[in-house]
Design a protein around this ligand. Structure first.
Ligand code: PNS
Length: 164
């Protein structure tokens, strides 16, 4: 089924993201997970750190590549010769902004289509924002992020608290 791009902030990658990555990698020959800038969000991890965490949790998935881009998603897709974007949809509330983004992206690059995968009900409540909130208060993160990165998320908050 060709190449698809799964774009997002991934700040940090959650179990919900990983579920979409695994299912996308079953559907497409190659899935490029791309860390992009969302101008509406303030980052916790740097883009390079997010890439490193994503690479670690996708190391066993041979047709998944992790990359980063600072530009427009449509330009990145054109450069990578990809015609499909994969997005996860958690709830109806995600739908409006996701449809708007899908339309903008296809306006910028007419060959680009967006495919939505519904989020597994197990992770319907999950987001990177929830993970950061839980981590801030020292909650157990094992239901939220892949176990390989739990320490990194905890360490980030420890570092931040020390900086004051
Ligand atoms: O995980 P997120 O924050 O919902 O992902 C949103 C993201 C990063 C995919 C979106 O903000 C994006 O595509 N940013 C790159 C800039 C761009 O192409 N904007 C036009 C689409 S509205």
């Amino acid at each position: 089924m060709g190449i698809a791009i799964y774009p997002g902030s991934f700040d940090p990658v959650t179990l919900g993201h990983l579920n979409i990555i695994k299912r996308g990698a079953e559907i497409f020959d190659r899935l490029i997970v791309c860390v992009m800038v969302n101008s509406e969000k303030v980052g916790l991890f740097t883009p390079a750190e997010r890439v490193e965490l994503l690479r670690r949790v996708t190391a066993e998935l041979p047709n998944v590549e992790v990359d980063a881009s600072q530009g427009l998603l449509a330009d990145y897709a054109r450069k990578r010769k990809a015609h499909v974007l994969v997005k996860g949809l958690r709830a109806v509330s995600d739908y409006e902004s996701e449809i708007q983004m899908a339309m903008i992206n296809s306006k910028l690059y007419s060959r680009l289509d967006t495919v939505f995968l519904y989020t597994s009900p197990k992770y319907a409540y999950l987001s990177s924002t929830v993970v950061k909130e839980m981590a801030r208060y020292g909650a157990d993160l094992s239901d939220f992020v892949p176990r390989e990165i739990i320490r990194d998320v905890q360490a980030k908050f420890y570092e931040k608290n020390r900086e004051g």
